[in-house]
Write a protein that binds this ligand. Sequence first.
Ligand SMILES: [Zn+2]
Length: 302
Amino acid sequence: MFGKLIRREEGAVLVMVAAGMAVLLGFLALVADVGFLYLNRVQLVNAADAAALAGVWHLPGEPGEAKTVAREYARKNGQADDQIQVQTVDGDYGLQVRIQRQVDLFFARMVGIDRGTVGAAATARIWGLDATNNVVPLGVVEQNFEFGYEYVLKAGSITPGAPYTGNYGALSLGGTGAKVYENNLKTGYTGILRVGDRVYTEPGNMVGPTRKGVEHRISRCSHGGFENCIATVDCPRVVVVPIIDRLNVPGRSEQVTILGFAVFYLQGVKSGEITGRFIRRLVDGEKGDVMHFGAVVAALVD
Ligand SMILES: [Zn+2]
Protein backbone atom coordinates (compact mmCIF):
# COMPACT_ATOMS: atom_id res chain seq x y z
CA MET A 1 0.00 0.00 0.00
CA PHE A 2 2.78 2.37 0.95
CA GLY A 3 4.65 1.47 -2.30
CA LYS A 4 1.56 2.15 -4.44
CA LEU A 5 1.21 5.61 -2.98
CA ILE A 6 4.81 6.46 -3.82
CA ARG A 7 4.38 5.25 -7.41
CA ARG A 8 1.21 7.23 -7.76
CA GLU A 9 2.97 10.39 -6.56
CA GLU A 10 5.86 9.77 -8.96
CA GLY A 11 3.36 9.63 -11.79
CA ALA A 12 1.77 12.88 -10.71
CA VAL A 13 5.19 14.57 -10.51
CA LEU A 14 6.03 13.40 -14.05
CA VAL A 15 2.78 14.90 -15.36
CA MET A 16 3.51 18.16 -13.57
CA VAL A 17 7.08 18.28 -14.92
CA ALA A 18 5.85 17.66 -18.45
CA ALA A 19 3.22 20.39 -18.11
CA GLY A 20 5.81 22.74 -16.65
CA MET A 21 8.19 22.04 -19.53
CA ALA A 22 5.47 22.82 -22.06
CA VAL A 23 4.70 26.12 -20.36
CA LEU A 24 8.39 26.96 -20.16
CA LEU A 25 9.00 26.11 -23.83
CA GLY A 26 5.98 28.10 -24.84
CA PHE A 27 7.25 31.03 -22.84
CA LEU A 28 10.74 30.79 -24.38
CA ALA A 29 9.20 30.61 -27.84
CA LEU A 30 7.18 33.74 -27.12
CA VAL A 31 10.28 35.54 -25.87
CA ALA A 32 12.21 34.58 -29.01
CA ASP A 33 9.46 35.79 -31.36
CA VAL A 34 8.90 39.00 -29.44
CA GLY A 35 12.64 39.65 -29.52
CA PHE A 36 12.73 39.06 -33.27
CA LEU A 37 9.79 41.41 -33.83
CA TYR A 38 11.49 44.01 -31.64
CA LEU A 39 14.73 43.73 -33.60
CA ASN A 40 12.84 44.30 -36.86
CA ARG A 41 11.05 47.27 -35.37
CA VAL A 42 14.34 48.88 -34.30
CA GLN A 43 15.61 48.46 -37.88
CA LEU A 44 12.47 50.09 -39.26
CA VAL A 45 12.61 53.01 -36.82
CA ASN A 46 16.22 53.69 -37.82
CA ALA A 47 15.43 53.36 -41.52
CA ALA A 48 12.41 55.69 -41.27
CA ASP A 49 14.35 58.33 -39.29
CA ALA A 50 17.27 58.27 -41.74
CA ALA A 51 14.98 58.38 -44.78
CA ALA A 52 12.98 61.36 -43.49
CA LEU A 53 16.15 63.32 -42.72
CA ALA A 54 17.74 62.40 -46.05
CA GLY A 55 14.79 63.70 -48.05
CA VAL A 56 13.54 66.64 -46.03
CA TRP A 57 16.14 69.20 -47.04
CA HIS A 58 14.75 69.20 -50.59
CA LEU A 59 11.65 70.84 -49.15
CA PRO A 60 9.79 73.03 -49.65
CA GLY A 61 11.02 73.64 -53.20
CA GLU A 62 11.29 70.09 -54.54
CA PRO A 63 8.66 67.85 -52.89
CA GLY A 64 8.98 65.21 -55.64
CA GLU A 65 12.72 64.95 -55.16
CA ALA A 66 12.29 64.86 -51.37
CA LYS A 67 9.96 61.87 -51.64
CA THR A 68 12.15 60.05 -54.15
CA VAL A 69 15.28 60.46 -52.02
CA ALA A 70 13.47 59.35 -48.86
CA ARG A 71 12.01 56.29 -50.61
CA GLU A 72 15.40 55.29 -52.05
CA TYR A 73 17.00 55.74 -48.64
CA ALA A 74 14.36 53.64 -46.91
CA ARG A 75 14.73 50.92 -49.52
CA LYS A 76 18.51 50.90 -49.19
CA ASN A 77 18.31 50.63 -45.39
CA GLY A 78 15.45 48.19 -45.30
CA GLN A 79 14.44 44.94 -46.98
CA ALA A 80 13.20 44.30 -50.50
CA ASP A 81 9.54 43.80 -49.69
CA ASP A 82 9.17 46.53 -47.09
CA GLN A 83 6.14 48.73 -47.73
CA ILE A 84 7.22 52.35 -47.83
CA GLN A 85 4.92 55.37 -47.80
CA VAL A 86 6.26 58.89 -48.08
CA GLN A 87 4.26 62.11 -47.99
CA THR A 88 4.88 65.78 -47.39
CA VAL A 89 3.14 67.32 -44.38
CA ASP A 90 3.03 70.66 -42.62
CA GLY A 91 2.64 72.77 -45.77
CA ASP A 92 5.52 71.06 -47.62
CA TYR A 93 7.92 71.82 -44.75
CA GLY A 94 7.71 68.31 -43.30
CA LEU A 95 8.33 64.84 -44.69
CA GLN A 96 6.68 61.76 -43.21
CA VAL A 97 7.99 58.26 -43.86
CA ARG A 98 6.09 55.10 -42.90
CA ILE A 99 7.56 51.63 -43.32
CA GLN A 100 5.84 48.30 -42.74
CA ARG A 101 7.33 44.83 -42.78
CA GLN A 102 5.93 41.32 -42.58
CA VAL A 103 8.10 39.23 -40.26
CA ASP A 104 8.21 35.41 -40.39
CA LEU A 105 7.88 33.99 -36.90
CA PHE A 106 9.70 30.89 -35.66
CA PHE A 107 7.70 29.58 -32.75
CA ALA A 108 4.32 31.23 -32.94
CA ARG A 109 3.55 29.07 -35.98
CA MET A 110 3.20 26.15 -33.56
CA VAL A 111 -0.04 27.82 -32.51
CA GLY A 112 -0.92 28.80 -36.08
CA ILE A 113 0.55 32.32 -36.33
CA ASP A 114 3.06 32.41 -39.22
CA ARG A 115 3.78 36.10 -39.56
CA GLY A 116 3.66 39.33 -37.64
CA THR A 117 3.56 42.93 -38.88
CA VAL A 118 5.87 45.61 -37.60
CA GLY A 119 5.87 49.27 -38.59
CA ALA A 120 7.57 52.55 -37.88
CA ALA A 121 6.98 56.17 -38.83
CA ALA A 122 9.15 59.25 -38.73
CA THR A 123 8.55 62.89 -39.60
CA ALA A 124 11.34 65.37 -40.24
CA ARG A 125 10.83 69.09 -40.68
CA ILE A 126 12.87 71.88 -42.16
CA TRP A 127 13.50 75.41 -40.94
CA GLY A 128 15.62 78.38 -41.92
CA LEU A 129 18.94 78.78 -40.11
CA ASP A 130 18.76 81.47 -37.44
CA ALA A 131 22.14 81.13 -35.70
CA THR A 132 25.29 79.14 -36.20
CA ASN A 133 29.03 79.05 -35.59
CA ASN A 134 32.01 78.16 -37.79
CA VAL A 135 31.12 80.66 -40.50
CA VAL A 136 33.90 82.05 -42.70
CA PRO A 137 34.69 85.78 -42.19
CA LEU A 138 33.17 86.90 -45.49
CA GLY A 139 30.10 88.99 -46.11
CA VAL A 140 28.20 88.54 -49.37
CA VAL A 141 25.59 91.13 -50.21
CA GLU A 142 22.01 89.90 -50.48
CA GLN A 143 20.98 88.82 -54.00
CA ASN A 144 19.19 86.00 -55.77
CA PHE A 145 21.41 82.95 -55.64
CA GLU A 146 21.00 80.06 -58.05
CA PHE A 147 22.11 76.53 -57.36
CA GLY A 148 25.51 75.64 -58.80
CA TYR A 149 26.29 79.15 -60.07
CA GLU A 150 29.55 80.88 -59.21
CA TYR A 151 29.60 84.04 -57.07
CA VAL A 152 32.31 86.33 -55.74
CA LEU A 153 32.54 85.67 -51.98
CA LYS A 154 35.27 88.23 -51.46
CA ALA A 155 36.45 90.80 -53.97
CA GLY A 156 40.10 91.12 -54.98
CA SER A 157 42.19 93.44 -57.11
CA ILE A 158 40.81 91.75 -60.26
CA THR A 159 37.15 92.20 -59.25
CA PRO A 160 35.30 94.94 -61.21
CA GLY A 161 33.96 97.68 -58.95
CA ALA A 162 36.04 96.75 -55.90
CA PRO A 163 36.96 97.92 -53.38
CA TYR A 164 34.08 99.77 -51.82
CA THR A 165 35.75 102.42 -49.60
CA GLY A 166 38.54 99.96 -48.80
CA ASN A 167 36.25 97.00 -48.18
CA TYR A 168 36.58 93.83 -50.22
CA GLY A 169 34.03 91.78 -48.34
CA ALA A 170 36.02 90.49 -45.35
CA LEU A 171 34.38 90.61 -41.94
CA SER A 172 36.02 91.28 -38.62
CA LEU A 173 34.81 88.47 -36.36
CA GLY A 174 36.12 88.09 -32.80
CA GLY A 175 38.93 90.57 -33.41
CA THR A 176 40.53 92.76 -36.06
CA GLY A 177 43.51 92.30 -38.34
CA ALA A 178 44.71 89.99 -41.07
CA LYS A 179 45.86 87.19 -38.71
CA VAL A 180 42.42 86.85 -37.06
CA TYR A 181 40.83 86.94 -40.52
CA GLU A 182 43.15 84.22 -41.84
CA ASN A 183 42.45 81.92 -38.88
CA ASN A 184 38.72 82.45 -39.21
CA LEU A 185 38.98 81.65 -42.90
CA LYS A 186 40.92 78.45 -42.21
CA THR A 187 38.86 76.96 -39.39
CA GLY A 188 35.70 79.05 -39.17
CA TYR A 189 34.79 81.65 -36.54
CA THR A 190 34.05 79.86 -33.26
CA GLY A 191 31.52 82.42 -31.99
CA ILE A 192 27.80 82.21 -32.71
CA LEU A 193 26.34 84.61 -35.25
CA ARG A 194 22.65 85.26 -35.54
CA VAL A 195 20.32 86.75 -38.13
CA GLY A 196 20.03 90.46 -37.26
CA ASP A 197 23.52 90.68 -35.68
CA ARG A 198 25.59 93.68 -36.67
CA VAL A 199 29.25 92.97 -37.42
CA TYR A 200 32.19 95.11 -38.56
CA THR A 201 33.83 94.86 -41.94
CA GLU A 202 37.56 94.10 -42.11
CA PRO A 203 39.08 96.52 -44.65
CA GLY A 204 41.90 95.64 -47.02
CA ASN A 205 42.43 93.08 -49.75
CA MET A 206 44.72 90.83 -47.62
CA VAL A 207 45.90 88.83 -50.64
CA GLY A 208 48.29 86.54 -48.70
CA PRO A 209 45.98 85.63 -45.78
CA THR A 210 43.10 85.14 -48.24
CA ARG A 211 45.10 82.75 -50.42
CA LYS A 212 46.45 80.82 -47.39
CA GLY A 213 43.01 80.53 -45.84
CA VAL A 214 41.34 79.20 -49.01
CA GLU A 215 44.23 76.89 -49.97
CA HIS A 216 44.24 75.49 -46.43
CA ARG A 217 40.66 74.35 -46.94
CA ILE A 218 41.11 73.11 -50.50
CA SER A 219 44.21 71.08 -49.53
CA ARG A 220 42.20 69.29 -46.85
CA CYS A 221 39.50 68.13 -49.25
CA SER A 222 40.00 64.71 -50.81
CA HIS A 223 36.52 64.16 -52.26
CA GLY A 224 37.41 64.89 -55.87
CA GLY A 225 35.24 67.79 -56.94
CA PHE A 226 31.94 69.63 -56.66
CA GLU A 227 29.45 66.74 -56.97
CA ASN A 228 31.22 64.56 -54.38
CA CYS A 229 32.01 67.41 -52.01
CA ILE A 230 28.44 68.66 -51.77
CA ALA A 231 27.27 65.11 -51.09
CA THR A 232 29.72 64.85 -48.18
CA VAL A 233 28.76 65.88 -44.68
CA ASP A 234 31.97 67.64 -43.67
CA CYS A 235 33.94 68.82 -46.69
CA PRO A 236 36.25 71.74 -45.74
CA ARG A 237 35.53 73.37 -49.13
CA VAL A 238 31.86 73.76 -48.21
CA VAL A 239 31.52 76.93 -46.14
CA VAL A 240 28.74 78.87 -44.43
CA VAL A 241 28.81 82.56 -45.39
CA PRO A 242 26.88 85.39 -43.72
CA ILE A 243 24.66 87.29 -46.14
CA ILE A 244 24.78 91.01 -45.37
CA ASP A 245 22.71 94.05 -46.28
CA ARG A 246 25.46 96.15 -47.91
CA LEU A 247 29.17 96.52 -48.52
CA ASN A 248 29.35 100.11 -49.81
CA VAL A 249 29.71 101.42 -46.26
CA PRO A 250 30.82 105.04 -45.74
CA GLY A 251 33.99 104.36 -43.75
CA ARG A 252 36.76 101.76 -43.77
CA SER A 253 35.34 99.54 -41.04
CA GLU A 254 31.62 99.88 -40.55
CA GLN A 255 28.81 97.81 -39.18
CA VAL A 256 26.75 95.70 -41.53
CA THR A 257 23.70 93.59 -40.71
CA ILE A 258 23.51 89.80 -41.13
CA LEU A 259 20.33 88.94 -43.06
CA GLY A 260 20.87 85.19 -43.24
CA PHE A 261 23.37 82.50 -44.10
CA ALA A 262 24.26 80.87 -47.40
CA VAL A 263 26.35 77.81 -48.20
CA PHE A 264 29.01 77.83 -50.90
CA TYR A 265 31.49 75.38 -52.36
CA LEU A 266 34.89 77.13 -52.47
CA GLN A 267 35.82 77.30 -56.13
CA GLY A 268 39.11 79.17 -56.07
CA VAL A 269 41.18 82.18 -55.03
CA LYS A 270 43.07 84.71 -57.18
CA SER A 271 44.52 88.14 -56.35
CA GLY A 272 42.46 88.24 -53.16
CA GLU A 273 39.23 87.30 -54.95
CA ILE A 274 37.41 84.24 -53.60
CA THR A 275 34.81 82.55 -55.76
CA GLY A 276 32.31 79.92 -54.66
CA ARG A 277 29.39 77.98 -56.08
CA PHE A 278 26.04 78.35 -54.37
CA ILE A 279 24.53 75.19 -52.88
CA ARG A 280 21.71 74.29 -50.53
CA ARG A 281 22.53 72.32 -47.44
CA LEU A 282 21.69 71.29 -43.91
CA VAL A 283 23.72 73.24 -41.35
CA ASP A 284 24.08 72.65 -37.62
CA GLY A 285 22.55 75.54 -35.76
CA GLU A 286 19.44 77.10 -34.28
CA LYS A 287 16.28 77.04 -36.30
CA GLY A 288 14.45 80.17 -37.33
CA ASP A 289 11.14 80.87 -39.05
CA VAL A 290 12.36 82.21 -42.36
CA MET A 291 14.15 80.22 -45.05
CA HIS A 292 17.39 82.05 -45.79
CA PHE A 293 19.64 81.66 -48.77
CA GLY A 294 20.13 77.91 -48.85
CA ALA A 295 21.32 77.19 -45.31
CA VAL A 296 18.66 75.12 -43.59
CA VAL A 297 18.13 73.23 -40.35
CA ALA A 298 16.29 69.91 -40.16
CA ALA A 299 15.21 67.72 -37.27
CA LEU A 300 12.89 64.82 -36.50
CA VAL A 301 9.67 66.07 -34.98
CA ASP A 302 8.10 62.81 -33.76
ZN1 LIG B 1 35.51 68.02 -50.57
